[in-house]
Design a protein around this ligand. Structure first.
Ligand SMILES: C[C@@]1(CC(=O)O)c2cc3[nH]c(cc4nc(cc5[nH]c(cc(n2)[C@H]1CCC(=O)O)[C@@](C)(CC(=O)O)[C@@H]5CCC(=O)O)C(CC(=O)O)=C4CCC(=O)O)c(CCC(=O)O)c3CC(=O)O
Ligand SMILES: NC(=O)C1=CN([C@@H]2O[C@H](COP(=O)(O)OP(=O)(O)OC[C@H]3O[C@@H](n4cnc5c(N)ncnc54)[C@H](O)[C@@H]3O)[C@@H](O)[C@H]2O)C=CC1
Length: 192
């Protein structure tokens, strides 16, 4: 079965990343765009990972199972398969959602490839079939999607809020429909 995409508000989630390598770093870079409450534990962090130190709490030591006591969402991203499976089992016992990077069967949730323009977020998955394909499609969309798509969305969002505050219905508002039409034309232009 394909994976179902769910977009989560990460406010209030304490996220724990176990591992400090290439894969853990990619997960950390993604998550850091959506929340500040991230801790990573690893005896060694790559140079790119260390660049995130202002946004992520880096604990330079081996993982301890006690680390799970302060976590609501866990990413097991070490190169130690046995440790990753152990983290999976303990998270399951404790009811903590977990992503295990070397074992799709041991994942409660999966990372998508992401295209982001402010609040506009496109998530892509191959449902585990071939993650490299998700990354390739992400690059194509990211190159084409206009940089200002997020600003256009923000403008439309502000109008929608105003209409709702005045007791109106966005779907019946001409200015709102015209802005969405303008948005569609801008996007369609680059995909023709
Ligand atoms: C199940 C999942 C679990 C999860 O990690 O959440 C998973 C699992 C595994 N990935 C593996 C390999 C690779 N993964 C990538 C890249 C990405 N992987 C991502 C997600 C996911 N990967 C989830 C499924 C999502 C989906 O199906 O779409 C992306 C989309 C998001 C992200 O990581 O942020 C990100 C692209 C981001 C971008 O470019 O935008 C590359 C390419 C590269 O590194 O450039 C390779 C090498 C090429 C290849 O194999 O395709 C392996 C084998 C490891 C080994 O060989 O040891 C496993 C384990 C297994 O399959 O057994
Ligand atoms: N899901 C995905 O997107 C992908 C998953 N993988 C898998 O991800 C795994 C990790 O790959 P890389 O990041 O490239 O490896 P890496 O060798 O760059 O990093 C491994 C990290 O694990 C840390 N680590 C090891 N023992 C630890 C412990 N006891 N406590 C805390 N941290 C510990 C190391 O310090 C290191 O930072 C591999 O098993 C690989 O098969 C690989 C590519 C993509």
């Amino acid at each position: 079965m394909p994976f179902f995409p769910i977009f989560i508000n990460l406010d209030g989630y304490r996220i724990l990343i176990v591992g400090g390598g290439h894969v853990a770093c990619r997960k950390a870079q993604q998550l850091a765009e959506y929340t500040r409450n991230i801790t990573a534990v690893s005896p060694v962090f790559t140079g790119d990972f260390q660049k995130l130190k202002d946004r992520i709490s880096l604990k330079q030591r081996a993982f301890s199972y006690d680390d799970l006591l302060n976590a609501d969402l866990v990413i097991a991203a070490t190169d130690d398969g046995e440790l990753n499976s152990g983290i999976y089992r303990r998270c399951h016992e404790s009811g903590i959602p977990v992503n295990v990077v070397d074992c799709p069967e041991n994942c409660d949730f999966y990372f998508p490839a992401l295209v982001k323009r402010d609040d506009l977020v496109i998530g892509i998955t191959s449902s585990g079939s071939a993650p490299g394909v998700s990354g390739t499609l992400r690059k194509i969309l990211d190159d084409r999607l206009p940089r200002h798509a997020g600003e256009l969305l923000s403008e439309i969002g502000k109008l929608r809020k105003k209409i709702l505050a005045e007791g109106g219905r966005p779907a019946e508002n001409q200015e709102y429909s015209a802005l969405i039409e303008h948005f569609a034309e801008e996007i369609e232009g680059v995909f023709k």
